[in-house]
Design a binder for this molecule. Structure first.
Ligand code: GLN
Length: 476
């Protein structure tokens, strides 16, 4: 086996498996060993599914022997712990679901199982995917493999750290307002939030249903495309899913850079790296112009009304009866006590805050002033994107305004934590696809990411341009 064995991409592993350089069982055992050793400090995994992985690896080896399967057959991956695998604990990093065992497979899991994938385990996240640093996990924070003092981003921080720390070949995350792209940027990997509806949400623990999407987190652009190809598509269990991802051709590349993305609050080193890429693309023949997305300033406020409103409705199901923490029912005589006890002790601070915010903005008297108004602003934001993307291929900007911050640095300052999502939330509000790819490092060696945004179902264009940038700036 090669020395940089754990760094291999999906294509490289698949080739090694087909050429019999190693078996999936050998590979899986090697990754499990590495997790035992390295994840003590990174803490990317909530639950390592060793038995399942070994069993799946044996099945994959059989498939490969018979010439069955596809490029993902036998390849060890990690799954964010808000995506259900039948018979495996699915906690959403909440005490509420600490002992909940998934009753069914998410559609993406079913598709990966059919491909002969190997699940190494479930990765850490901010509780119910609410957060930008992984510090809101009810269990423990995950650390950034590039600097263990720093956060890996969130909410899919466990998945990002697992890929960046070479504790799996690729991972799945979910993105409601940036949760795939921001941790991808913080950990120096590639992650895409597909167009809303491109991937089925069935079996994803819902945060905000009109914004949530599952997507791949990988070491390269090519890997991202491979995983998306397998998990995408219409699913009868999610009526918002469709088969619409387009094949595209590009002769001339037309890119716009929104002036609002380079304003106050953007870290100087991030700005410089992104501007370097713009210069590089210009010199490669791309046409680049500056535009305005005038409603950018309202995106964060709009998101922090709509997402909590939907979350408050989605999380109403956690009542202590259908799901709940250990609780002796004999001690109560009123059902209200069960609700109260479970919701008081089961949810963490950030989740409670969002439920309260959401119920407030949806309540009669406030609905028109907050929720309904936010929906109108959402339409304006979507129209900003539509207008621009009618004429050009891609919008380019930073993924995050800041570099990965220290654990604890922003915990007491929710506003500055929410500001970390300033460039990502509008993409979910508009429903368009966005990818984050590495574009260099800071003077202190921390990864910097860049975001490309495309028209609905034109993921292909994101991949084409990302590959160009990756060729120049290198991969993780
Ligand atoms: N950080 C954002 C939030 O806290 C986005 C989370 C996500 O995309 N799941 O809501």
């Amino acid at each position: 086996m090669k020395t940089d064995f754990y760094k291999m991409t999906i294509g490289e592993v698949s080739e090694g498996l087909r050429n019999k350089e190693f078996t999936s069982l050998e590979l899986t055992k090697a990754f499990l060993e590495r997790i035992k050793e390295k994840d003590k400090e990174i803490k990317a995994y909530i639950n390592v599914t060793e038995d399942l992985a070994l069993e799946q690896a044996k099945i994959a080896d059989e498939m490969i022997k018979k010439g069955e399967g596809n490029i993902l057959t036998g390849i060890p991956c990690a799954i964010k712990d808000n995506i259900m695998i039948k018979g495996v604990k699915c906690t959403a990093a909440s005490k509420f679901l600490e002992n909940y065992i998934a009753e069914y497979d998410a559609t993406v899991i079913e598709k990966l199982k059919k491909s002969g994938a190997v699940f190494l385990g479930k990765t850490n996240l901010d509780e119910f995917a609410m957060g930008s640093s992984c510090e809101n996990s009810a269990f423990f924070p995950t650390r950034n493999p590039h600097d263990l003092e720093r956060v890996p981003g969130g909410s899919s921080g466990g998945s990002a750290a697992a890929v960046a720390g070479d504790l799996c070949v690729y991972a799945l995350g979910s993105d409601t307002g940036g949760s795939i792209r921001q941790p991808a940027s913080f950990c120096g990997i590639t992650g895409i939030k597909p167009t809303y509806g491109a991937v089925s949400r069935y079996g994803l623990i819902a945060f905000a249903s009109s914004l949530d999407q599952i997507g791949p987190m990988t070491k390269t652009v090519e890997d991202c495309k491979i995983v998306l190809d397998v998990i995408k598509g219409k699913d009868k269990m999610d009526s918002t899913s469709t088969d619409s991802i387009k094949e595209v051709k590009m002769d001339k590349i037309r890119i716009v850079v929104p002036k609002e993305y380079f304003g106050e609050g953007l870290d100087k080193e991030v700005e410089k790296s992104v501007k370097d890429v713009i210069e590089f693309l210009k010199s490669s023949g791309a046409e680049i112009v500056e535009v305005s997305l005038p409603n950018t300033d309202y995106a964060l406020a709009c998101y922090y009304i709509i997402a909590p409103a939907e979350a408050s409705a989605n999380l109403a199901r956690f009542d202590g009866l259908r799901y709940g923490i250990a609780f002796d029912g004999n001690e109560v005589d009123k059902v209200m006590d069960i609700y109260l006890n479970n919701r008081t002790n089961g949810f963490g601070k950030e989740v409670k805050k969002r439920i309260m915010l959401g119920t407030y903005t949806l309540s009669s008297g406030y609905y028109d002033a907050f929720y309904k108004r936010a929906l109108k602003v959402r339409t304006l934001i979507r129209q900003d994107f539509e207008k621009v993307l009618e004429k050009v291929d891609i919008i380019l900007g930073p993924t995050s305004p800041c570099l990965p911050f220290k654990i604890g640095e922003k915990s007491d300052d929710p506003m500055s934590m929410y500001l970390a999502d300033i460039y990502t939330v509008s993409i979910n509000l508009a429903g368009v696809p966005g990818i984050s790819i590495p574009c260099g490092k800071s003077s202190t060696g921390l990864p910097i990411g860049l975001q490309l945004i495309g028209a609905p179902f034109e993921e292909e264009k994101l991949f084409i341009i990302s590959s160009l940038i990756e060729k120049k700036y290198g991969r993780n």
